[in-house]
Ligand binder design. Structure first.
Ligand SMILES: Nc1nc2c(c(=O)[nH]1)N=C([C@H](O)[C@@H](O)CO)CN2
Length: 119
């Protein structure tokens, strides 16, 4: 299975359940792995045949920056839906981290896998 990935996409978002988290945006970091058959773009050398990681990154950064969810679970689920529905991806693994949200931890968050994992 081939993968197109995005590692460490940092975006400011209004997210969290506590009052202080509703007042100001805080950084969230997104890591993505998306199943995609890279043999066609490898043969044509055309960006139009790829799963364009820049286009995915821009779309999700915009969405996350505009979002106002309480839970990272909700935001992660919505981001996975966007990847599957808008970019024709069959399987995605997505990790959403809130750095520094818990004292003593480098980061906290969730990791989900959605769609059909190709063999
Ligand atoms: N499973 C989760 N646990 C917690 C979440 C969350 O979104 N999912 N959120 C919080 C707070 O917003 C926290 O990030 C503030 O430090 C607590 N637990």
């Amino acid at each position: 299975m081939d993968i197109v990935f995005v590692d460490g996409l940092e975006v400011l978002a209004l997210i969290g359940i506590y009052d202080w988290e509703r007042r100001a945006k805080q950084p969230v970091v997104l890591d993505l792995e998306m199943a995609f058959d890279n043999r066609i773009p490898a043969a044509t050398d055309q960006i139009g045949d790829t799963l364009d990681y820049k286009a995915v990154s821009k779309r999700l950064a915009q969405y996350i920056g505009d979002s106002q969810f309480g839970l990272v679970e909700t935001l992660a689920e919505r981001c996975a839906e966007i990847v599957l529905q808008e970019f024709g991806v069959r399987w995605v693994k997505l990790r959403l981290t809130k750095p520094g949200a818990v004292r003593g931890a480098r980061g906290v968050g969730v990791q989900i896998e959605r769609g059909q994992k190709p063999t």
